[in-house]
Design a protein around this ligand. Structure first.
Ligand code: ADP
Length: 490
């Protein structure tokens, strides 16, 4: 007899203040904002609304922690040990954190448990292991000199993250920064501040010195912009929309901050007629609908070879018809709500555009239920390259299926976008797979798989999808400066 897993218990909210210099404090203005349960539209908690004044205190705390005291003198191995300890504490609290993530973001608890938590822990452990392996080299320059390089931390880093993977984005930012010896001013997304604050509490319990990690919840144009402009902050690591990155680039120019960006995408997912059909159908579905379509690397342009197009679409339609939408805390739920009303409205406006531009909506296109920001899994066929649903990032459960015949024409179409974050190809022909992987301009190419992430594998975009890479050794580089020391031996 099948056992029915119980619905996860509602997690208790423990931290809603700013975390600055090792203390939990209200915002200096006393202002708060509400974070909402996207499945019910009810307020979960009110959270301190940080602004420029709070960012200023946080930046000074981070600067002090960087310049003096325990953090600077700490051995690299000890920094690594703290990161391992943080990962262990997250693991010990993973059921609580998974429920908190699902409550605040709306993602199904099965995904928080299977993806967000394990990947968060893996990322912190991966970078923990790096702490005592960061070193420079000696260089045989002309003359009687000893010349060597050292890799030193970039300094105080401002980190601004979105709401689609709140814990995981926190780990992607904290892991490399902390192992390198940087200190942090973090601004979580206003929609989902709770798990980042919970992670700050666990970091304190792990023993990170005061001021090494500071978290200022608040809004982008106020708290976020203050982080970007602050003269005591050396670098910004940002994940979000390319339009926000353009504002950040302008705002950061005054203090010439180092910048790394991980931005949006309109990733081509390419299915040839010689693919393993079952695997490709599952991969195309997962590649778009995972996380309610709220993934920067979502395979939102599905190119299917004309020879298998119709049966492929039929299979996707059948999957959408049985997809279980509902309470994110129920382990049976496969799709939760979108994160907020603004995202819901944006997605629905794209659905309307898709219909008016002549694409055929085969499933969804409507709200699910009567409360919460649920959008039915939506599939458009007959999509052409010029339609807005084929060119703009929708960030929702809306799949656009496009037909192709010729491979070289397909490559041109796949690359005909301002984005270049990810791509995938499904084929049994290894030459074809390599050819597409070579030709497509994207930071990540998956072959016969989709959404395969690992802390050791770099991730980031070409073109308007970003600059720099996160994860792997590449992800550590932006948190290190090279110092060249030349010593006369004459
Ligand atoms: P999304 O549309 O997915 O919310 P955004 O790029 O608007 O993407 O938001 C990502 C993060 O950037 C959030 O933490 C948000 O508060 C922050 N943000 C938004 N505007 C600015 C800004 N002008 N300066 C700095 N951060 C910002």
């Amino acid at each position: 007899m099948a056992t029915v897993s119980p619905v996860a218990a509602l997690p208790k909210i423990k931290h809603t203040q700013c975390f600055i210099g090792g203390r939990w404090v209200d915002s200096l203005s006393g202002k708060t904002f509400e974070t909402v349960n996207p499945a019910t539209e009810e307020v979960i908690a009110t959270v301190a609304e940080g602004d420029a004044a709070d960012v200023d205190v946080a930046a000074k705390a981070a600067r002090d922690a960087f310049e003096s005291g325990e953090w600077r003198k700490m051995s690299a191995r000890e920094r690594g040990r703290l990161l391992y300890r943080l990962a262990d504490l997250i693991e010990e609290n993973q059921e609580y954190l998974a429920a908190l993530e699902s409550l605040d973001n709306g993602k199904p608890i099965r995904d928080s448990r299977a993806a967000d938590l394990p990947l968060t822990i893996q990322c912190l452990r991966y970078y923990a292991g790096y702490a005592d392996k960061i070193h420079g080299y000696t260089i045989p320059i002309d003359g009687n000199f000893l010349c060597y390089t050292r890799k030193v931390p970039t300094g105080v880093v401002g980190q601004i993250i979105p709401w689609n993977f709140p814990m995981l984005m926190t780990a992607w930012k904290w892991g490399p920064a902390l192992t390198a010896g940087c200190t942090i001013v973090m601004k979580p997304a206003e929609q989902t501040p709770l798990t980042c604050l919970a992670m700050a509490a666990l970091a304190q319990e792990a023993g990170f010195p005061d001021g090494v990690i500071n978290v200022v919840p608040g809004f982008g144009p106020t708290a976020g912009a203050a982080v970007v402009r602050h003269p005591l902050i050396d670098k910004i690591a940002f994940t979000g929309e390319h339009r926000t990155a353009q504002i950040i680039m302008r705002d950061a120019s005054e203090t010439l901050k180092r910048l790394t960006f991980e931005l949006g995408g309109k990733s081509p997912n390419i299915v040839f007629d010689d693919c393993d059909l079952d695997a490709a159908v599952d991969g195309a579905h997962f590649g778009l609908y995972f996380n309610q379509g709220q993934c920067c690397c979502a395979g939102s342009r599905l190119f299917v070879h004309e020879a298998i197009h119709d049966k492929f679409v039929d299979r996707l339609v059948a999957k959408n018809q049985v997809r279980r939408l509902g309470n994110p805390l129920d382990p049976a739920t496969e799709q939760g709500p979108q994160v907020d009303q603004a995202q819901y409205d944006k997605i629905m406006s794209f659905v309307d555009k898709g219909k008016s531009e002549g694409a055929r909506c085969l499933t969804g296109g409507e709200r699910f239920g009567d409360r919460g920001f649920f959008v039915q899994p939506t599939l458009f066929e007959g999509v052409t390259d010029q339609m807005s649903i084929a060119s703009d990032e929708i960030f929702g459960p809306v799949l656009s299926v496009l037909k192709f015949r010729d491979m070289n024409d397909l490559i041109r179409r796949a690359n005909n976008t301002m984005y270049g974050l990810a791509a995938a190809v499904w084929t049994r022909d290894i030459k074809k797979a390599h050819y597409v992987a070579e030709q497509v301009r994207a930071g990540t190419v998956w072959v016969n798989c989709y959404n395969v992430f690992d802390a050791a594998a770099p991730f980031g975009g070409f073109k308007m999808s970003g600059s720099g890479r996160e994860l792997g050794e590449d992800g550590l580089k932006p948190y290190l400066e090279t110092k060249t020391v030349t010593m006369s031996l004459g």
